[in-house]
Design a protein around this ligand. Structure first.
Ligand SMILES: Nc1nc2c(ncn2[C@@H]2O[C@H](COP(=O)(O)OP(=O)(O)OP(=O)(O)O)[C@@H](O)[C@H]2O)c(=O)[nH]1
Ligand SMILES: [Mg+2]
Length: 207
């Protein structure tokens, strides 16, 4: 849920990067961190094992220009993709305002992608949420792999709900498609919260 700090005139929105192990979630945050101006971002905190696998989560925050005179601070988290960490994923997902679901385009990774998409929906449910309620975008990462699945197949498998989610191709290791993905989820959240504000709820109350 959005956290509104009236004293600092700041809205905090939590975005969680979700997806199977090794699909490139941490690489997305690293690429975002690399691309931003120093005054716009926090440090990138990564809790990783020696093999560079995320153990708990990665975290960074970034500030964007104002919405109704409020600064918007996006807090970006990744979950650990390895199957065994499902309870950690549920914890990191708690309070999420938006989700980026990262798909590994490698053909051999389809079972893991499907399992992760199901795991996401189960963990949302455990937080009394569903994909119908929470803004999300899909990123098809690792498009540089020679054995990358084609986009039509991926769209059929992961983007077949009544309302299509915005989806993006990416090569996160080169930074390609990373900012486009982030902009899309940021835009969905800004639209959602500016509507809330126009409805006389937050944050117009403090103006
Ligand atoms: N070829 C290719 N490799 C990538 C791409 N994006 C990330 N990688 C590589 O994939 C590996 C896993 O990336 P991570 O970002 O650590 O994956 P993760 O999703 O955070 O994995 P967990 O923390 O285990 O959940 C790393 O070696 C990355 O360099 C890409 O677009 N193409
Ligand atoms: Mg990671």
């Amino acid at each position: 849920m959005a956290y509104i700090n009236y004293a600092q005139r700041e809205i905090q929105l939590k975005v969680v990067y979700y997806g199977c192990g090794f699909c490139g979630k941490t690489t997305n945050l690293q690429a975002i961190h690399h691309a931003l101006d120093p005054q716009q971002k926090s440090d990138l905190v990564s809790l990783a094992t020696s093999g560079d696998r995320t153990l708990f989560f990665d975290f960074m925050s970034l500030k964007t220009p104002t919405l109704n005179n409020f600064t918007v601070r996006f807090q970006l988290y990744t979950v650990p993709g390895q199957q065994i960490y499902t309870s950690t994923r549920q914890l990191v997902l708690r309070g999420a305002d938006g989700i980026v679901f990262v798909v590994d385009s490698g053909w051999d990774r389809m079972p893991e992608n499907v399992e992760s998409f199901q795991d996401l929906q189960e963990n949302l449910l455990a937080n009394n949420l569903s994909l119908a309620q929470i803004p999300y975008v899909i990123q098809y990462n690792k498009r540089d792999l020679p054995e990358a699945a084609n986009i039509e197949y991926l769209e059929y498998a992961f983007n077949n709900r009544a309302i299509r989610a915005p989806s993006f191709e990416a090569v996160a290791s080169r930074g390609d498609g990373v900012i486009e993905t982030l902009n899309a989820i940021a835009k969905l959240l800004m639209v959602k919260y500016s509507k809330t504000s126009q409805a006389g709820m937050v944050p117009a109350r403090a103006q």
